[in-house]
Structure formats: C-alpha cells, structure tokens
Design a protein around this ligand. Sequence first.
Ligand SMILES: NC(=O)c1ccc[n+]([C@@H]2O[C@H](COP(=O)([O-])OP(=O)(O)OC[C@H]3O[C@@H](n4cnc5c(N)ncnc54)[C@H](O)[C@@H]3O)[C@@H](O)[C@H]2O)c1
Length: 440
Amino acid sequence: MSIKEDLIKRLKNKDAKMAILGLGYVGLPLAVVFAEAGFQVTGVDPDQRKMDALAKGESYIPDVKNEAVAKLIQSGKFTATTDFSVLQEMDAVSICVPTPLRQTGDPDMSFIISATEELAKYVHKGMVVVLESTTYPGTTRELLLPKLGLEHGLQVGEDWFLAFSPERVDPGRKDFTTINTPKVMGGITEACGEVATAWYEGAIKTVYQVSTAEAAEMSKLLENTFRMINIGLVNELAIMCEQLGVDVWEVIEAAATKPFGFMKFTPGPGLGGHCIPIDPLYLSWKMKSFNYNARFIDLASEINTNMPRYVVSRMLDAMNDRGKTLKGSKVLILGVAYKPDIDDVRESPALDVIGLLRKKGADVQYHDPYIPHIHHEYDGWQMDSVTDLMAAVKAADAAIIVTNHKQYDYAAIIESASFVFDTRNATGKLSKNSEKVVRL
Ligand SMILES: NC(=O)c1ccc[n+]([C@@H]2O[C@H](COP(=O)([O-])OP(=O)(O)OC[C@H]3O[C@@H](n4cnc5c(N)ncnc54)[C@H](O)[C@@H]3O)[C@@H](O)[C@H]2O)c1
C-alpha cells in the first residue's frame, strides 16, 4: 500500500491523529467538529490563557458551547496544549492562524511563518497539512511547500501532502456553521487534494475539490472581494441618494423585490471584521508584484474606508440643523461590534467613528451588550461600555446606532433620546416621519 493509500485509509477510519494550529474563531469550532465526528484532536496554540480555559472545559468563542468543550475534554477526544512538540505524533495538521494587515496595509504573514516554522521541525512522511488561513494566491506553494517539504527532502504528493482549504465560517450565524458550510479544497498536487478531501469529508458535510491550491486560495478572495465591492457600491449609493434627497433604504428594498439578477447589500458606517476589509487587500498586494493595479478593490476600499468620516460629517450637519455643535456634545455610540449580535470588535468602524468624534471635541460614550471594554491600539484611548443604557440615552445630546444588535429596544431608544443618527436602518419604520431620527 502506498503512503497515500495508507493515510487515506487511516483518515477514513479516523485512526489518524490530527492537530489544529491556532484555536481562535476558526480553529476552535473546527477542532470541535472534527472531535465530535470521532477524530482524536489536539489543539496547539501559544496562548496559555486560552489553553487553560479549554482544559477546564471552558469555551471563549461564543459559537462554541462550554458543554461541548467540556464533554470532549473529559472524553479525551480533544486536548489543548501550547507544546508544539506534540506535532511529531500527528498525521494531519490544519493551520488556522491569523492573517491581519500590517499598519502599512501590507499582509502580515508572521503568524503563518511562525506556525510553519514550528511545524517544519516535526513534518514527516505520511503527514497531510492543510492551510485554512485566508491569504494571497500562491502562499501554500511559495511559502509552506519549501519550508515543510523541500528543505526536508520530502516529495510532496508522494511522501507527504499539502493543500489549501479556505475557512468560510460566519461567526454568530446559526443556519450555516462549520459542519454544513461546503468546504473548498485544493491540493499542491492532485494526490494532495485527494488526501485532504478524504480527511475533511470525515467531519464536514460537503467538500468541493478544485484542481490546485491557488484555485482554492483565489476562490476565498473572490467571495470576500465580491462582498467588499458590493458593500462599496451601496455605500456610494447611500451618499448619492442623500444628495438626491432619495431614501436609499427604500430604493434597496424596491430593487430587492426583483427575484433574479439582484443581490441585496446594505450600506453602513464602514467595513469591519477580520475578513471583508482585509482579504481583498491580500489580493491587490499580490497583484502589485505583477505591476497590476486591482482597481475595483482600491475603489471599494477607498469608499468603505471613508464611511466613518462620512457618518461624522452627516452628524455635524444633523447637529447643526438642531442648533448644536459636536464640540462639547454628549454622543452615545450604540453598538461597537463590527456586526450585530457578536462580541468581535476587530476592524470595527465604530472605533474610527469614535476616534473622529473625539477629535471634533465630542464627549463620547458607548454601549454594547457584548463588549464591555474597547481600546484603540494606535490612538491610545480606551473606554468601558456604559452600564445603564437608557440613562445614557436620556443624558446624551445624540445617539448613533453603529451596530444594530437585535436586543436593543429601538422604540424605547427613540422615545428617550434627544436625537438618533441611524447608520443601519435599525429603526426602520419606527423612524418614518420622526423628527428625532436621521438615517444614513
Ligand atoms: N473569524 C472569522 O470569521 C474568519 C472567517 C473566515 C476566515 N478566517 C480566517 O481564518 C484565519 C484565523 O482567523 P481567526 O478569526 O480564527 O483568528 P483568531 O485570532 O481568532 O485565532 C487565531 C489563533 O491562532 C493562534 N496563533 C497565533 N500564532 C500561532 C502559531 N504560530 N501557532 C499556533 N497558533 C497560533 C492565536 O493565539 C489565536 O488563538 C485568518 O486567516 C482569518 O482571515 C476568519
């Protein structure tokens, strides 16, 4: 039996030992899904606090329940450690480490590089490695393949196997989760794709194999670039509608009645999260090495990045109309998470809105039921969420709905507030004909 056949057999029988490198929003749910499917899973992450929490059966990711972690830890199906040497015993390793941007806007590959360098110490014949982190096309072949295989004299596709499978999880979503969101898989060779597909099919309902790692890398960037550009388009539509005196939200609802050829996107205060604002920039960065300028990405990025500034300029106008200035006014931000009903503030436009309001001299507070504390890494400010929401609404000169969390009672907020600027149409019909509410 060849190395490939033997590994596929063990993966299908779930006798193969597997590890997940990086147990964050992506890695922890993935580890749980594989362990619940019957694999022996080891999570490896340098964050001691996270590993301690898991050892106690506690989850730090809202989509993963404490009970699920506790049950798997007790049964021995899942272990979590900061010790990378466990990788020497592994047959299958999935890499789920962060891929942020540097302050310059270029990809920060340091986490992928450090995880790969750790793994390179233990890579061996009969191992399959899958990179899940979103990255520029070519990363798996150009960066991982030399460090993990070539430098060790291992023949990829024969001695060991390497593939890319983009993570598509949408935190907070209940209908499509890790287990039932189809997974794209592309190997460095055909055999690599086959082995990795056989592994993931043991836990994920649908695995869609493409011919190369690059096709898989690019498919993720298409998905998120598609979203970023369409959000840029509706953000610009909102700016145009305001100048035309047309209600952008009514326009979008009307267009969305078309049963084909239109997909609804909504404007907002800017892009947030770990994916949509960042991933397309990995592609445009890579294209620069071909002297190619990714124009759609640049334009959408410019429009989206400018939205917090646009929100603040609309606030200035709205306050002016009410005979007030932003300087010295009490402004309450409602919701700072980058999207509703989650606890993630990464890249949230709320941080920019707050920073800009502070620069204009506003006295800013915020409320978010999911995020008790925020800080701005570069500007150096920090603040705690107000605890008494309605008292803060009453005391403020203006409230800005930045994140439309479901649990807010928008009717009560409008009732108590002096003035509300709604960047998400969270107030919908409630704000029709209300003098107190201005929508984006
Ligand atoms: N969060 C999402 O919604 C989402 C969705 C799709 C894709 N992704 C992509 O998945 C990847 C991971 O994102 P995330 O949100 O899970 O990040 P995260 O920050 O929540 O988790 C990453 C984990 O990796 C750990 N880590 C850092 N360096 C490591 C190393 N050298 N070895 C092992 N572990 C290491 C960190 O301690 C952390 O726990 C990123 O590329 C991201 O773009 C994220």
